[in-house]
Ligand binder design. Sequence first.
Ligand code: PBG
Ligand code: ZN
Length: 326
Amino acid sequence: MHPHYPLTRLRRLRSHSHVRDFFRETRLALDDLVLPIFVEEDSDDFTPIAAMPGVRRIPERKLAFEVERLARAGIRALMTFGISHRKDAQGSDTWSCDGLVARMIRTCKDVAPHLVILSDTCFCEYTTHGHCGVLHGEHVDNDATLVNLGRQAVVAALAGADIIAPSAAMDGQVAAIRSALDENGFDATAIMSYSTKFASSLYGPFRAAAGSDLRGDRKAYQMDPMNRREAIRESLADEAEGADALLVKPAGACLDIVREIRNASALPLAAYQTSGEYAMIKFAAAAGAIDEGAVVREMLGAIKRAGADRILTYFADDIAAGRLAL
Ligand code: PBG
Ligand code: ZN
């Protein structure tokens, strides 16, 4: 029994639905969400991704049409991922002015200039070995990769990206990208780094979706999911390097980390509901085990309640299209 009962009756605020709604603490809106999209070059058809029911690779030739649809449906922000057919050892297509990264961004910006475009800045979809940088023997060379991250960021900014989102998990990536952008006149282009990025098992479906050819794992550069203190150090290090916004990935398995970073930094904070989190909900709903809409609202709500200002989620398309209500 509450010590102040019967004076305090916590049920008062929830006994009628209109009063309950009035006192709701956390609200979700389409404006909170970023939709990640997969764009495939040299392709004519939308390709369904088996492990992510409802998500399809967009053929580059139909990207303009698709972005127009998404913008009209009320999507506010997109994160672009390319499926490359021009891979090499370093992922050099990413810093070509006519490469897939640049073309995707230009197309999005041509069609919908007011859509916020976040450019995932990494190499794993563009390297033959599937790692997120330059490989020397077994190891990804941190500092050689920084040079290439700078090149890619400048090309993305030139193409019109609003936000550079480095996901390579290299030490010093924010500082390297910030100085490359500034040296090239892009001091107004923001950086939202994947500042706490775990080597999570929840990225499985993404690797198939994005056509990453990785054998092995990324544990030598992405973080051990069991480490809480290090997770905070990583995000604070990116803030000190000049990040404009922070990002935690994955989201649902890291709500404690989201809250702690929220308390430790005043920067805008995003969390990424990953492909694995999406797949678990979709397959459980398809099996009749859960109510998809209710679970999506609860999971996204929990991520926001934990302290995320923005959420990257593949459900943003279903929500914008009215197939799911918030
Ligand atoms: C690229 C990148 C990945 C994801 C986002 N950016 C893959 C990875 O780090 O292995 C995962 C997104 C998801 O699972 O939805 N580095
Ligand atoms: Zn990568």
